[in-house]
Design a protein around this ligand. Sequence first.
Ligand SMILES: O=C(O)c1ccccc1N[C@@H]1O[C@H](COP(=O)(O)O)[C@@H](O)[C@H]1O
Length: 221
Amino acid sequence: MDIRVKICGLTQPEHVHAVAEAGAAYAGFVFFEKSPRHLTVEQARDLALEAPVGLAKVALTVNADDSYLDWIVETVPLDMLQLHGSESPERVAELRERYGLPIMKAVGIAEEPDLAALQEYSAVADQLLVDAKPPKGAVLPGGNGLAFDWRLVNRKYWPCPWMLAGGLTPHNVAEAVRMTGARQVDVSSGVEFAPGQKDANLIRAFVEAATGKQKDVPILR
Ligand SMILES: O=C(O)c1ccccc1N[C@@H]1O[C@H](COP(=O)(O)O)[C@@H](O)[C@H]1O
């Protein structure tokens, strides 16, 4: 089975190249000032221009207003918007219409009742990002390197494609795919040696492990 991989929170051109060469499908750019992966719009444009044809460029925003989104969409060549805040289903539909870009809506999961939101957003979004719910008081609504109980989404189906995220690493992604039946996976912290610092070897190892083409997983100290 083909697994599509998204590597999120890229900040360096060499990592965009590593993502493409490893065979990932999506490259994510973060527009959220509190994140160690935050990019200015100009930085993101320059990085997006490094991406070869075939690598989908995703802008991750958190409750962004129209003027910020206008600026991002007008400046950065993009293939998808990832909404990682508390955007309502109405807001998702509005942004999809406004920008004509596919929208992936992130939903945080910690327990069974959280799954209802996935059904709701699947009516308006093009894709769902099924992520771990951030701990209370967390600064970031995602990108915390925290996994949720994968049994909650075991063999669950929604009317649109979905991606598994939250605490994935080169060491656990194969098991996560096996347990959930996910066809797409997303990672940020799990391919870093420090917050916001990606590692090209970990990116390669993650893609290999997710797609079943694993060689060996580097151990970083
Ligand atoms: O990566 C970030 O800094 C970030 C900031 C704000 C919202 C979401 C963010 N990242 C997304 O969260 C998932 C899971 O991250 P992790 O692998 O557990 O670190 C990540 O794939 C991004 O899509």
